[in-house]
Design a protein around this ligand. Structure first.
Ligand SMILES: [Mn+2]
Length: 507
């Protein structure tokens, strides 16, 4: 079949608003083609519902489930998770079953889906990328059983949405012990509760991940006769995810590199009167052209005084000569995120006041980064950030001189000039492992952001006019090691001289 001919045929069908499926079968019939419609459908070479080494050798290596993460690593994640559960309940209960549903598709309007993003916990333990699946892990006399319930293969649906892995595909891809079609889940759970007397169920009951499965199956199974213990596994999983493996660290390095290089390009691209949305578009492009799948979150691209709105994401104003732009953006690369903030003058030159505040924030950030060691927690670093901002505010004379002798007033002023925390854990999610306490001492393998800022709203009459409307944040991503912290976003220009040079290159 000649390709142009097919294209023409389908184009005219579309004009006539003919259903595509009907168009395919009409085309085959009208061309005396002996193939049946379903034979046509299965001419696709892809077999899995996600990239695999067979179909996407440029992304996935042999032995990996997702790019960079091996079958073995996924398997040891599951083992460790169950071991932690057993350890936590030692002497209380022996048998455990954990139920981890995947995400489902979310639609923005009729038939139009948002970009699918897999549930992080489910992905961390399975590597499986299809929606409407469930991972069940349970202890057995001989160890651990991992069972994946996956969407059934369905030629009609696959014609529209692309191939599904099905049972065989899921087994081959992920290395779980068993796989079944999702409609077998209820029976499986039922027979588990018939065969087992005493066990603990690990399931997120307070915030069900998959509403439909929860209502139809899981809620009933979990509650049953009320005799079984129910625990939420999320907090334990967050503890486990907090420490990154060498393979994860490699992916984090890459996602940080990509975002750093993209920032460099965005800085070069900026000029007076540029629209914030164009800097956003440039960032998106530069990340994706470097193989990131998407931006990790809606970026903040805030010109001038808008930088003082911490979560400004409208990104639709013009940035004028003499104004700074604050951009908080990062990307997601094979499931791992970066999160960077830089603030720079669109015209390529800081004013005296802007440079002073910028250097203050930079000094604060440098102290905070040097504290990213196993001696401190994020909470410790936050307290020190406020101290350091206080020192800088006094130096800049942004606070009344009598504050300097009063520690409490100065710290309160610091919290007023920087209303947010110093940082957060970073990994598969941007605000990663949110249930992990910020009070625990940092450990090698953790990755955190360090992002102090000084924000001076335009309407603040208590500061000198030249400082009004300046909002500056500098954010880097830091890997904790046994010795010195490693700045993963080091290649993203940060010193004002480097930034000025770059913006003046104007591409
Ligand atoms: Mn951040």
């Amino acid at each position: 079949m000649a390709a142009p001919m097919i294209t023409r045929y389908f184009a005219s069908s579309f004009k006539k608003k003919v259903d595509l499926r009907l168009a395919v079968s009409l085309f085959l019939k009208s061309n005396g083609c002996s193939q049946t419609l379903s034979a046509f459908k299965f001419q696709q070479h892809r077999y899995f519902g996600q990239p695999a080494s067979k179909t996407h050798p440029h992304l996935v290596n042999e032995g990996e489930v997702t790019p960079g993460i091996s079958k073995q690593e996924y398997s040891s994640r599951r083992t460790k998770f169950m071991q932690n559960i057993v350890k936590k309940t030692e002497g209380i209960i022996k048998n455990h079953i954990a139920i981890l549903p995947s995400a489902t598709k979310v639609f923005m309007s009729y038939d139009i889906p948002y970009t699918f993003r897999q549930n992080t916990e489910f992905l961390y333990l399975s590597g499986f990328q299809e929606p409407d699946s469930v991972l069940v892990l349970h202890t057995t006399d001989s160890g651990l059983k991992s069972v994946l319930f996956v969407p059934k293969r369905d030629p009609d649906k696959e014609l529209w949405d692309g191939p599904r892995s099905g049972i065989e595909g899921a087994l081959e891809l992920t290395g779980v012990t068993e796989a079944y079609n999702i409609d077998y889940l209820e029976k499986y759970l039922y027979s588990y509760c018939v065969d087992n007397e005493n066990y603990m169920v690990w399931y997120n009951l307070t915030k069900p991940i998959h509403e439909e499965f929860h209502k139809k199956i899981l809620d009933d199974f979990v509650k049953q006769d009320g005799k079984r213990g129910i625990e939420n596994p999320t907090s334990m999983l967050h503890q486990q995810r907090l420490l990154k493996s060498p393979a994860e660290i490699d992916l984090m390095k890459k996602t940080c590199d990509i975002a750093s290089q993209a920032f460099t390009e965005v800085m070069k691209f900026s000029k007076p009167e540029i629209n914030e949305s164009h800097l956003y578009a440039k960032m998106d492009y530069e990340c994706r052209i470097r193989d990131a799948e998407m931006l990790a979150y809606p970026p903040v691209v805030a010109g001038g005084n808008r930088a003082n709105i911490i979560h400004y994401i409208q990104n639709n104003q013009l940035i004028y000569d003499g104004e700074l732009v604050l951009m908080d953006a990062g990307c997601e690369y094979h499931g791992y995120t970066s999160d960077i903030t830089r603030t720079w003058p669109v015209s390529g030159r800081f004013t005296r006041a802007q440079r002073k505040v910028y250097l203050s924030v930079l000094a604060v950030q440098e102290v905070c980064i040097s504290m990213c060691t196993t001696d401190y927690s994020l909470a410790d670093i936050y307290r020190e950030m406020l101290n350091q901002i206080a020192v800088q505010l006094a130096l800049l004379k942004l606070v009344p001189s009598d504050y300097v002798s009063e520690r409490t007033k100065l710290t309160q002023a610091a919290a007023h000039f920087c209303p947010h925390h110093v940082g957060h854990y970073l990994g598969m999610d941007v605000h990663d492992t949110s249930l992990a306490s910020k009070n625990m001492k940092l450990l090698p393998g953790m990755i955190v952001t360090i992002e102090p800022g000084i924000y001076i709203k335009a309407d603040r009459e208590d500061v000198k006019p030249e400082y009004r409307g300046i909002g500056i944040r500098i954010e880097d991503n830091i890997l904790i090691t046994k010795s010195k912290p490693i700045v993963l976003t080091k290649s993203c220009p940060k010193h004002p001289d480097d930034i000025e040079k770059l913006v003046n290159q104007n591409t």
